[in-house]
Design a protein around this ligand. Structure first.
Ligand code: SAH
Length: 363
C-alpha cells in the first residue's frame, strides 16, 4: 500500500483508550476511515489476534456494522469491553426520492448536526454527491447552501459514512463520488483527502471515479496536485471575467480569476490530468454569446472540459434558468471555439436535491 506523505493517517487517530480496564472513553475517535493495517494494529493492542483486524475491516466497510456489539464473530466478552468504541455512522433523519430515482438523505451526525447527501442512479452508475462541511462559508450568491451559513468541517468518517449510507440504501455498489454537496472541500483538505484515500482503499472506489469540486481556495489546488491522488478536479468557474465572478462569488474578490486559472494550469502540468470547469448558466447574467467567447479565450489550449449547469432555482434570489435555445447557443459558441463542453442534466430537481439546492431543511 503506497500512501503519500501528506495523507498518512496517524495511528493516534485510533482509540487506544478502549484497552483501558476502566472502560471506554466517549471522546475516542471513530474507527471508520482506518485502514486494514491500522485496524489490525488496534485489535492487537487489545490483546486480540491479528486476523480480527481483517474481520473488523470487513464488518465496517462491507457489512455496514454500526456498533462493535453487532460483530458476531467477535468473542462476547471482548465485544462488551469495546461496546462503546464508535464506528462513526450517522443516523437517517429524513429520506426523499425524486421521480427520476435520485434520493436525498438528511443525515444526523453525533452532535445532532444535519447534513445532506444525494444518491444519483443512472443505468450503469451509482453516484454519491457528498458534503464536506456542515453548511458553507463561501456564500456564493446563487447557492442555497451558502445562504444557510457555516457550522463546521466534517471529519473523515462523516464523509465515508455518506457513501456507505447510499450504498446500503440502494443495495448496490457506489461507482462514483462527487464532492458537490454542502461545503467547500478545499477548506477541509485533510479530512477530504483522508476520506478519498479510504474510499479508494477500504470501500473500493476508483480514484479516478472521485471528483473534488472547488470554487477555489488560494494554494489548495496546488496542494491537491502534490498529493498525487488521481482524483478528478472540478473547478466552479461560473463567470468569464473577474468582475462578474467577483459579483457572484465573494471569495473571488481575494482570489482573482487569473490566479485561479494559473493554479489550474499547474495542476494539469503536475498531474497530466484535465480539469473540469463548472459553469452555471444564469439567464441574462453570464449566458450571452460574448461570455462564451470570453470563456473560450481563457481556456484555449487548456486541457479541460466545460460542464454547463443550467441554474437550479433557489428561493432567496431571483436568477433565472436560460431557455433551452440560449443554452444551446452558448454551447455551440464554445464548440465553434474548439472548447470541449457538455450540458449537465439536473437530477433530483423536484426534491431540491440538485446542485446548489442542498441545505439542512426537511423539504
Ligand atoms: N463548494 C464546491 C462544491 C459544492 S457546489 C464548489 O463550489 O465547487 C457543487 C456545484 O453546484 C458547484 O459547481 C456549484 O457552483 C453548483 N451550484 C451551486 N448552486 C447552484 C444552483 N443554484 N444551480 C446549479 N448549480 C449550482
Amino acid at each position: 500500500m503506497s500512501v503519500t506523505p501528506q495523507l498518512q493517517i496517524s495511528n493516534s487517530n485510533l482509540p487506544k483508550e478502549a484497552a483501558s480496564p476502566t472502560g471506554t472513553n466517549r471522546a475516542v475517535p471513530p474507527l471508520l476511515g482506518a485502514s486494514k493495517a491500522e485496524l489490525t494494529e488496534w485489535v492487537q493492542q487489545q490483546q486480540q489476534p491479528a486476523y480480527r483486524g481483517q474481520q473488523l475491516h470487513q464488518w465496517i466497510y462491507q457489512k455496514g456494522a454500526r456498533s462493535l456489539c453487532e460483530i458476531s464473530v467477535f468473542p462476547k466478552q471482548w465485544r462488551t469491553t469495546v461496546a462503546e468504541v464508535p464506528i462513526g455512522r450517522s443516523t437517517l433523519h429524513h429520506r426523499t426520492q425524486a421521480p427520476d430515482g435520485t434520493v436525498k438523505f438528511l443525515l444526523r451526525l453525533a452532535d445532532n448536526q444535519i447534513i445532506e447527501t444525494v444518491g444519483i442512479p443512472t443505468e450503469k452508475r451509482l453516484t454519491v454527491c457528498v458534503s464536506s462541511q456542515v453548511g458553507c462559508p463561501m456564500a456564493c450568491d446563487f447557492c442555497a447552501t451558502g445562504k444557510g451559513g457555516f457550522s463546521r468541517n466534517l471529519a473523515r468518517h462523516e464523509i465515508i459514512d455518506q457513501v456507505l449510507t447510499v450504498q446500503e440504501d440502494f443495495q448496490q455498489r457506489v461507482s462514483n463520488v462527487v464532492f458537490m454537496g454542502m461545503g467547500e472541500p478545499l477548506l477541509n483538505p485533510e479530512a477530504v483527502l483522508d476520506a478519498v484515500q479510504s474510499l479508494n482503499q477500504d470501500v473500493g472506489i476508483g480514484q479516478r471515479s472521485i471528483t473534488v469540486s472547488t470554487v477555489g481556495v488560494p494554494g489548495r489546488i496546488r496542494r491537491l496536485a502534490q498529493s498525487k491522488l488521481q482524483v478528478t478536479l472540478a473547478v466552479s468557474l461560473h463567470a468569464s471575467n473577474q468582475a462578474l465572478r467577483a459579483q457572484l462569488i465573494p471569495s473571488a474578490r481575494q482570489y482573482p480569476l487569473a490566479a485561479l486559472l494559473q493554479e489550474c494550469r499547474e495542476y494539469v502540468a503536475v498531474t497530466g490530468r484535465r480539469v473540469s470547469f463548472e459553469y452555471i448558466l444564469l439567464a441574462g447574467v453570464n449566458d450571452l454569446p460574448a461570455h462564451a467567447l470570453e470563456l473560450a479565450q481563457h481556456l484555449r489550449g487548456f486541457q479541460s472540459h466545460v460542464n454547463l449547469i443550467p441554474y437550479n432555482p433557489i428561493s432567496e434570489v431571483d436568477y433565472q434558468r436560460p431557455d433551452p435555445d440560449r443554452i444551446k447557443a452558448f454551447m455551440d459558441a464554445l464548440k465553434q471555439q474548439h472548447i470541449a463542453a457538455s450540458v449537465r442534466r439536473s437530477r433530483g430537481l423536484e426534491k431540491d436535491a440538485a446542485c446548489g439546492q442542498l441545505r439542512a431543511s426537511r423539504t
